[in-house]
Ligand binder design. Structure first.
Ligand code: ZN
Length: 451
């Protein structure tokens, strides 16, 4: 076993390779001047979001406006990096088109029409994002709050809710190919599909649904587009702050708590309930750390083997919600090929972008990040084999429904399609990473379906 940061792995273990690469995504925030003070299990800790990283990531997504140097002291409001950029454009007289004016009634009508089928597994979040002019996360989550009766049940102020959701959406980095607000909207939509599954819908309380939707919408908040090993090797302050453990997930959670407090959305609730909400949202978001997948999966498996899950029990229910959010987070390969393929391209683009930075700054290229040696097909086949299939296999044991069978069906077909692509590429003389050639197992009988 080697140790890198707090993540241990066995170099011969492919699962660990995927876990190491995909799971330990780390956070990167440089400019924001917000000191978020949130409650952690250990007490109160301050997350300083205005300190200077060793490498300034603004240069990697460079456009002229971020050349302006900014002192945290100059920013009076508590702003995230994303909102900082927007406000600085505003103060310098650079106009950003007002999104609400761009949409015509036809587009609004089509978006509304799509929302009537928000519980369908083939919901096309990319189309929905275009129809809402990039506001898929706000529109979808607001709609789901309404659909589940949460606004009424918790007496929510709809203006505050909308403002909270806009802040959440803006704190995602739109320049990230994958970890952006559309991914968050997609995960929220998947979570909604799981919440509707009979076993869950029968036992969930409005509180459970509220926490699930907030956690899904915020689970990658302020993601920097690079992973945890990257933040560790560049000595980013967040890696130090979170002791190289679930660095990104801790940051997503603390960022979510910061926005919840700033929005005042639940200011009418008791302090005790707000604190409970913050800590339970943390439990859900922290479960999305894929480096912990084996622990969650073996716990899930033991419960299923013993048949002792009792959803009347709040602890069991929250454990299932953690598993549901984990599924929602990595459900891309379980969508239709058309949707799944787009996600695969986006996530690979983000990996390769990190690899490019690592090459440029001689940081050592992370696994799966080298565009010279990796292919989308190889990455996807490994991801499906070692992470997605085991998780969704257990989920289908827990909830053996048409949805679970549909997801497993897409997963099988998509894997076969990527194998077809892989064969085509190796046949044409393209390099295929030899590490993954042995991954080919004939678990899935379908013929490759290329489209
Ligand atoms: Zn995610």
């Amino acid at each position: 076993m080697q140790r890198r940061g707090a993540i241990s792995y066995d170099s011969s273990d492919q699962t660990a390779l995927y876990i190491r690469m995909l799971g330990s995504c780390v956070i990167f925030k440089q400019l924001s001047a917000r000191d978020v003070r949130v409650r952690s299990r250990a007490g109160f800790e301050t997350e300083r979001r205005g300190s200077h990283p060793y490498i300034d990531f603004r240069i990697f997504h460079s456009n002229s406006e971020i050349e302006v140097s900014v002192s945290a002291r100059n920013v009076r409001r508590l702003l995230s990096f994303q909102r900082y950029l927007r406000s600085s454009r505003f103060f310098r007289g650079i106009t950003v088109p007002n999104s609400s004016n761009i949409l015509d009634d036809d587009y609004n009508g089509q978006a509304k029409c799509m929302l009537e089928k928000v519980g369908n597994w083939n919901f096309d979040i990319f189309l929905f994002d275009r129809l809402t002019n990039g506001n898929s996360l706000v529109s979808l989550t607001f709609h789901l709050f309404n659909l589940h009766g949460l606004i009424e049940h918790f007496q929510l102020d709809t203006m505050k809710l909308r403002r909270f959701l806009v802040m959440v959406q803006e704190d995602y980095h739109s320049q990230n190919p994958y970890h952006n607000a559309v991914h968050a909207a997609d995960v929220t939509q998947a979570m909604h599909c799981y919440l509707k599954e009979p076993k869950l819908s029968e036992s969930l309380t409005p509180w459970d649904v509220l926490l699930s939707l907030i956690a899904a919408a915020t689970h990658d908040l302020d993601h920097p587009g690079v992973n945890q090993p990257f933040l560790i090797k560049t000595n980013h302050y967040l890696a130090t702050l979170y002791k190289n453990t679930s660095v990104l997930e801790n940051h997503h959670w603390r960022s979510a708590v910061g926005l919840l407090r700033e929005s005042g959305l639940f200011a009418h609730m008791s302090l005790e309930n707000r604190q409970l909400m913050e800590s339970q949202i943390g439990d859900l978001i922290l479960a999305t750390d894929i480096s912990q997948q084996n622990e969650y999966l073996s716990m899930f498996r033991s419960h299923l083997d013993r048949g002792d899950l009792c959803l009347e029990n709040a602890n069991h229910r929250h454990f299932i919600l953690q598993m549901a959010l984990k599924c929602a987070d990595i459900c891309n390969p379980c969508r239709t090929w058309e949707l799944s393929k787009q996600w695969s391209e986006k996530v690979t683009e983000e990996f390769f972008h990190q690899g490019d930075i690592e090459k440029k700054y001689h940081l050592g290229v992370s696994p799966l990040c080298d565009r010279q040696t990796e292919t989308i097909a190889n990455i996807q086949i490994g991801f499906m084999t070692y992470l997605v299939e085991p998780l969704f296999g257990e989920w289908a044991r827990f909830s053996n429904t048409r949805l679970s069978q549909t997801m497993l069906g897409h997963l099988g077909l998509n894997k076969a399609s990527w194998k077809g692509v892989q064969r085509e590429q190796s046949g044409s003389g393209d390099d295929v990473d030899p590490t993954f050639e042995e991954m080919d197992s004939d678990i899935l009988p379908q013929e490759p379906r290329l489209s």
